[in-house]
Each structure stands twice: as structure tokens, then as C-alpha cells.
Design a protein around this ligand. Sequence first.
Ligand SMILES: Nc1nc2c(c(=O)[nH]1)N[C@H]1C(S)=C(S)[C@@H](COP(=O)(O)O)O[C@H]1N2
Ligand SMILES: [Mo]
Length: 416
Amino acid sequence: MTRSLKNTARRRLLAGAGALALFGSSPLRAFGAEIGSSAALGLAEIPDGALAEQLLYALPGKVPLIKKTFRPPNFETPVEYFRNPITPNKAFFVRWHLAAIPQVAAKDWALTVGGESAERELKLDLQELKTQFRPAQVTAVCQCSGNRRGLFEPHVAGVEWGVGAMGNAVWRGVRLKDVLQKAGVRGNALEVVLDGADRGPLDKTPDFVKSIPIEVALDDNTLIAFEMNGAPLPHWNGYPARLIVPGWTGTYWVKQLMSVKIVPTPEKNFWMSAAYRLPRGRFRTPTFKSQLYSPNEPITTMVVNSLVTSLRSGQRVPRGKPIEVRGIAWDGGSGVAKVEVSADYGASWTPAKLGKDRGRFSFREFALGVPASESGARVIMARATGNTGETQVEQLIHNPAGYHHNVIQRIYIEVV
Ligand SMILES: Nc1nc2c(c(=O)[nH]1)N[C@H]1C(S)=C(S)[C@@H](COP(=O)(O)O)O[C@H]1N2
Ligand SMILES: [Mo]
């Protein structure tokens, strides 16, 4: 390690320690809150950034989560929960755009399937949905497009998420494909439009309606789920049924799903034509071909990413014992090919051991013991690569809405 690097590392270490000291004196001393600060995550240069203050709050049925906004409810999962490759329902993040979220009772709920490109209209209650179609299951990451937006430099507007606007669950339900085929898919079908029960007549925000390409709707992995990790979906995560679009960012995973329409033209409501868009060609993710009517394009699949869950910047670790670098990695559905760890600011990389393969849409655990025979400052980095060959970036790829943050963490620790 060069002298200047060592000095930088020390400064960061102190900055991280400062942020930790701040939490030490607060009543909200959960480790998740500490590790959630931008400095502790090794993802921001400034320790007193947007994420330095973390308020924990428990919604009904949830453990205390990091509160971003109350109306609409936006709550993120503290890092400590990501030590489990499956995110518990009670700790799963909550993201809504509209303030009026109804309590939906199973007995009152029905799903309407129709649209101009459907042969017929169906109305299915929960029992019919569960019994008329073959069950299907997938383990998949739901991550908000704007996860880590709060770490953008320069800053962008929106919910200032840390790293916890994501979760991994075993989703069980039926294939959207089977439901669509029961309604009959006409040859001119282009998109499938999804609407949930949430809407606010008093809200100025337009109703939250999303569409997906017909090929994605007909993919075997796209589900209408009514179970999450073996239990009914929590209210906050879309009870009684939601869409699961493995590999695609959370925005398409419409909750409290009420209406599915097969259509021959692109859906152009606000949530498709204005929100959740990226400058065209900036990322190497698949293109949503029917939505290319403006200079930007809809976000589609997630970019490859990882999160170290065993260390935080500012931490001191004992000399003579390997430094345990553990965490999770995921991508947009190709599956994690490898995770490499560096303890010398990226000069050399060592492959970590990957954990159990739960399928290509799931979090994949990784672990590596890094020798720590000498005392001094270290910079720990982890870099995931997907089966497409795509790897995490060193420099943020900026975009106006603050999506796709997958910058490699730089965690400053000290071996003592
Ligand atoms: N009905 C409805 N579904 C929705 C949303 C919403 O506002 N309303 N938000 C979407 C977005 S942007 C995300 S990131 C995910 C979040 O899922 P979760 O709250 O279960 O974590 O839900 C999606 N489904
Ligand atoms: Mo989102």
C-alpha cells in the first residue's frame, strides 16, 4: 500500500468511526442503522451525507425498518437482515408511490383479465386463481430501481434510499402466462398492463399502472404470487396477490394486483412514459422495444451488484485472524458467475467462495477470509460478475433519476 493511499484510508477510517460514534449516542443504536450510514457502507466520500441519520420505525406487522417517508410509506431494510440470503417477510422493504393504500380483504378481491388483445375477459377470485392453474415458484430479488439513490454524487431528487430497498424471497403463485392463455392472447398483443388497488382520488399523483413486454409476460418465471416465503404476502408487500418479474427492477412488480390487460399498443401513462426511464443506451440492459418513442427508455433488468454484510467502514478487526468478508451478490437474471474480493484497493483480486445456488434470480452468498497478519489500514472491496460477463462499476454511471447504482464498495477498516 502506498503512503498516500494509507493516509486516505486512515482519513476514511476516521470519518467512518465518526459516523459510528454519532450513532453510539443515539437511542436508535441498531447495527443496521450504523451500517446504513453512507460512510459506514463504503459508498460515499462524505460521512455526514444524506444517509447519516437513520430513523427506525415499525409498520404494523413489520420489524423496525429505516423510515424514508411515511406517506406514501417508504421503508428500507437494515443491512443486518441481508446476512440471511432470504429476506424475512417482516423485514422486507416497503415502497409505495400513492398515499392511499386500501386494506384488501381476500373475500372482496378479484382479478380482471382482459384488454383489446385478449380473446375474452376473465374475473378470478383468489380461490379460483389458486385452484384453476398449476402452482409455480421462484426465488427472486425484488429491488427498487432507485436503491442506493441516496448515495448518488452529485445528489439527485427522489426517495433517498441507502442499500436496503431490496429483498430476496421465495415467491409462490401461478404463472401469468397460464392466466393470459386462459383469456386467450391475440396475435397483435404487444404489452401487458398491470394495475393495483392503490389509487388516490384526492392524490395529484396519477394512478400507478405499469406495463411489461408481451414476451416477458409469457415467460415461465413471471408469476402472480400470493405467497412469500411460505406465508401469505404481507399487506405492505401486496396482499393478496402481486406480480413477480424476476430479473426486472421492482417497479414492474405491481402489488395488490387487480387488473391485467393484454394490449396491442404501448401503454403511455405517466409511470411508463415519464417515470422509471433512463437515457437511451447508457446501460447494457435489455431494451423495452415497444417503449422507444422518446429520447429515453424504460428501465428493465437489474445491473449486477453486491453488498458486504460482515464489515463496515471504520471497523477495527484483530490482527492474526482472517478478516471475514461476507455478503450477497445478484444481477438481472443471468446469475452470479463470481465475486472477487480485494484488500489492497483493487490492485489484486481473489475469488470468494459462493454459497448455495438458489437459482439465477436469487441473492447468492459469498465469503472469503482475508489474511490479516500485519496491523494497519485496509480497504476491502467486493466485485460481482454475472454470467453475462457484466461486472460492477468503479465509477457511478450517472442518470437523472438515480437508478442502477452498482459502484464497488470501498470499506476502510483497521487491523489492530
Ligand atoms: N400497486 C403498487 N405496486 C407497486 C408499487 C406501487 O406504488 N403500487 N411500487 C412498485 C415499486 S417502485 C417497487 S420498488 C416495488 C416494491 O415492492 P415492496 O414494497 O414489496 O418491497 O413494488 C412495486 N409495486
Ligand atoms: Mo421502485
